[in-house]
Design a protein around this ligand. Structure first.
Ligand SMILES: NC(=O)c1ccc[n+]([C@@H]2O[C@H](COP(=O)([O-])OP(=O)(O)OC[C@H]3O[C@@H](n4cnc5c(N)ncnc54)[C@H](OP(=O)(O)O)[C@@H]3O)[C@@H](O)[C@H]2O)c1
Length: 339
């Protein structure tokens, strides 16, 4: 039985990284969404203490990444840190960023898809995809596809199956919506009952086309976070035989900058969603367990919460739905292989 057996919601990323430090040493790790007072920061700092060869930080705002890089340099000046400015809501930007990653490294051992937005008002990516689905899932789908050759190189070099990992930072908020294949863009198109928010979600917390409200921000966030889990399911299916494992995690409830684009009403809803608020260090513990726990090398399940594998609703783990989302994502990122 590994150290994870005793871990709880209070376990910190510092503890998890300490327990798996031999799996961090020498690794090349890319983390998306890195800003001060965010989970990207606490993830990067916990990893940096244990001698990764290279940390690639990929995020939207260079100044914020530089602030985190300064903290890393204070913790461990030997870690090589590279900053990659990328807007995950622009597929052109993602392709440029991937090209940069190929110039900076010939292998990746761990890819942590952590960046996300949550908004109350509907907007779109540069390609016209609803912003939360387009950034949180489609952006990471494209980035992951472009970087897969580097992950396969990492798996080949490591020689230990399943230690090369992709970790999608999802959320328990996935419970707010399955993938709306018939209206993923929230344009008010009719959807079948299985694509509606699950039973039990109150009427004010879902779209209501008849009442002139085809968009509800948390439903769109929920769809994007379901997509993060299904993406891990599809990646596991495609890559585990080649030595690369994939997981999705719920980090817990943590006050970060995530709520910055929410209306006052929606921020109040968030305040009522948890009885236990983690600090930043506790908030990165599950991501680090998914990235480095050797007991997970052969895991068939894809989703972790509080450092443990846990079950999810059928619509977030069904192989056929994961494949259908994969095909939609490929369509929406046409030309992905054109680095
Ligand atoms: N906090 C929670 O309670 C909670 C709960 C469940 C799940 N999560 C998940 O945890 C992850 C981290 O969230 P967080 O709480 O740390 O939120 P956060 O403080 O808002 O951090 C999000 C990060 O993503 C970056 N980002 C946003 N849009 C981007 C874009 N278009 N392109 C590139 N980078 C972008 C942000 O960069 P800028 O700062 O430069 O904009 C920031 O670094 C997310 O996946 C979130 O869904 C969080």
């Amino acid at each position: 039985m590994g150290p994870a057996a005793g871990w709880t919601q209070e376990t910190t990323g510092t503890e998890v990284a300490e327990a798996f430090k031999s799996n961090i040493k020498g690794k090349t790790i890319l983390i998306t969404g890195v800003s001060p007072i965010s989970l990207g920061e606490s993830t990067a700092l916990a990893i940096a203490r244990h001698g990764p060869t290279k940390l690639l930080l990929a995020s939207r705002t260079e100044l914020k990444m530089a602030e985190v890089a300064d903290k890393i340099a204070k913790i461990n000046p030997n870690v090589k840190v590279e900053l990659i400015v990328v807007d995950l809501s622009s597929q052109t930007d993602i392709r440029t960023a991937a090209r940069k990653v190929f110039h900076l490294t010939d292998r990746l051992d761990v890819l942590i898809n952590n960046a996300a937005v949550v908004t109350s008002a509907r907007s779109e990516t540069l390609e016209g995809i609803e912003l939360q689905f387009g950034t949180n899932h489609i952006g990471h789908h494209l980035l992951t596809s472009l970087l897969t050759p580097l992950l396969l190189a990492g798996a080949e070099a490591s020689g230990t199956r399943g230690t090369t990992r992709i970790v999608n930072v999802s959320s328990m908020g996935y419970r707010l919506s399955p993938i709306r294949f018939h209206d993923y863009n929230f344009e008010g198109k009719p959807i079948p009952p299985e694509e509606e928010p699950p039973k039990g979600i109150p009427a004010h917390m879902k779209p209501d086309v008849a009442a002139g409200r085809p968009y509800y921000g948390f439903t769109a966030y929920g769809q994007s976070k379901t997509a993060n889990i299904l993406h891990a399911v599809a990646l596991k299916e495609r890559l585990s035989s080649k030595g690369v494992q994939a997981f999705a995690v719920h980090p817990g409830s943590i006050w970060t900058d995530l709520s910055r684009n929410l209306s006052d009403d929606d921020r109040k809803i968030i305040e009522g969603t948890s009885t236990f608020w983690k600090n930043q260090d506790q908030g990165c513990a599950t991501t680090l367990a998914a990235a480095f726990d050797p007991d997970l090398c052969d895991a068939k399940e894809a989703y972790l919460s509080d450092c443990h594998l846990v079950d999810v609703a059928g619509y977030a783990k069904d192989q056929a739905i994961a494949e259908r989302l994969w095909q939609l994502s490929e369509k929406l990122t046409e030309g992905k292989a054109n680095l």
